[in-house]
Write a protein of this length. Sequence first.
Length: 172
Amino acid sequence: MKKLTVIINGKGGAGKDTLCEIASRHFRTMNVSSIDPVKKIAALGGWNGGKDDKSRKFLADLKKLFTDYNDLPTEYIYGKYLDFLSSSYEILFVHIREPEEIEKFRKKVDKSGGNCKTLLVTSSRCKDSYGNSSDDLVENYNYDYTYRNDGTIADAESEFTELLGRMLGSVK
């Protein structure tokens, strides 16, 4: 079975989660984020699940601390990647914001013989600045693919699934 790992990125509000939901209607998908374990820890510290600028900065700062301390975010998503390999899923979406973290995970997947592509989702609906480097520097990476998400849900249903089909078709 062909398996594709897609590191998906974009500023807040670009529609990454919506696109992953659309993909799940057409492919067997698994969806994981490098911030997931950090969110669990943040909730213990009083974070209420907010997506406002203050919450985004808090999560970005906490993620950086864990990255520097024990590389928790990368170790977590790599474990999920290993689970994906032994599953019936076709596409693994991995949400990573920071360019250096994207590259680190991609190299781990490539070294293991996996097929990993990077995808930037852009949209005119996004703010220019969120006040933290995790959100503000997402375009500072040389992505394999870019998807402009400015159309309707129906547009995305056809365009995005067609793009994923091409990406999956390129898997050896």
